[in-house]
Design a protein around this ligand. Structure first.
Ligand code: HEC
Length: 101
């Protein structure tokens, strides 16, 4: 009985959605152009979170932009496409970026 409960708990952990974090952003190469606190080539994640704080559609839009790349919002530089990032991971990354404070 105890064993069953333990297994159930383990299964729940595995099934819970994984959230993106700094480690994921680093592994996806985001941090070579971005930092949480300061501008590098791209805007800081804090600035991005502040800009879109009242924008409910921002997560989906930023997720698409993370994959395809784009320009024209923050300055003359463009973000290249990041095809190594899956759609699910792009959504997690976008949601994480938007929580930066
Ligand atoms: C080669 C440099 C580079 C890399 C690598 C890069 N970015 Fe960017 N990123 C930029 C630049 C430059 C901009 C500003 C683009 C603009 O002005 O529209 C930007 C903009 C953004 C924005 C804001 C987009 C907007 O429309 O406001 C987000 C969110 C973002 N990046 C997330 C990421 C994530 C997550 C990754 C990793 C998968 C990543 N970036 C990798 C350079 C980069």
């Amino acid at each position: 009985m105890k064993r069953t409960l333990l297994l159930t708990a383990l299964n729940l952990c595995v099934a819970a959605p994984a959230f993106a974090d700094l480690a994921m952003a680093t592994s996806k190469n985001c941090m070579s152009c971005h930092a949480v606190e300061r501008k590098v080539l791209g805007p800081s994640f804090k600035e991005i979170a502040a800009k879109y704080k009242d924008d409910k559609a921002a997560t989906d839009r930023l997720a698409a932009k993370i994959i395809k790349g784009g320009s024209g919002v923050w300055g003359p530089l463009s973000m290249p496409a990041n095809p190594q990032v899956s759609e699910a991971d792009a959504k997690k990354l976008a949601a994480w970026v938007l929580t930066a404070k």
